[in-house]
Design a protein around this ligand. Structure first.
Ligand SMILES: [Zn+2]
Length: 159
């Protein structure tokens, strides 16, 4: 059964130009916000399409100003076929959170000692402390995102 599902997803992947439907919450939907989202998704090689109805989306995105010292971005499971992303205005943070929404996990655990943690940081987009510039994404991560995005879009269609 698992194998049949995987085969189905792989076939869909090749025959579908599936773009991930994204809905930007109206209070933060600006041309700049959409550009930030596109740049973030580009790190993952994932195609997006912006939709005007929340119900048509599989990812909703909202931008917000973080509290001083607070977290800059989060991804929340919001129903089986829906993911919700909150992000500060940075394409790297947005790409990181879209990565979570599309099945990616952090590439390492945060070390409890901040000094040690600095030494362990990577330039991968999915480092728990996302890099400030030029993040890398592996081919394996890009494949996971594509398969996951296809599954999410399919799941939505069958509800
Ligand atoms: Zn994260």
């Amino acid at each position: 059964m698992q194998r049949a599902t995987s085969l189905f997803l792989l076939l869909l992947l090749f025959f579908c130009s599936c773009a991930v439907p994204i809905y930007v919450l109206p209070d933060t939907d600006t041309p700049e916000a959409r550009e930030t989202i596109k740049e973030g998704a580009a790190y993952l090689d994932v195609k997006l399409k912006f939709v005007e109805e929340k119900d048509d989306a599989v990812i909703t995105i909202q931008f917000y100003k973080p509290q001083p010292g607070g977290v800059c971005g989060e991804e929340v499971r919001s129903g089986t076929c829906m993911r919700r992303v909150r992000s500060c205005n940075s394409s790297i943070t947005t790409g990181h959170e879209i990565g979570h929404a599309l099945g990616l996990k952090h590439v390492r655990k945060i070390h409890p000692d901040p000094e040690q943690d600095k030494k362990l940081r990577t330039d991968n987009l999915m480092d728990p402390i996302a890099p400030a510039a030029n993040p890398t994404v592996t081919d394996e991560q890009k494949t996971i995102v594509k398969v996951y995005a296809t599954g999410l879009a399919t799941c939505k269609r069958h509800l």
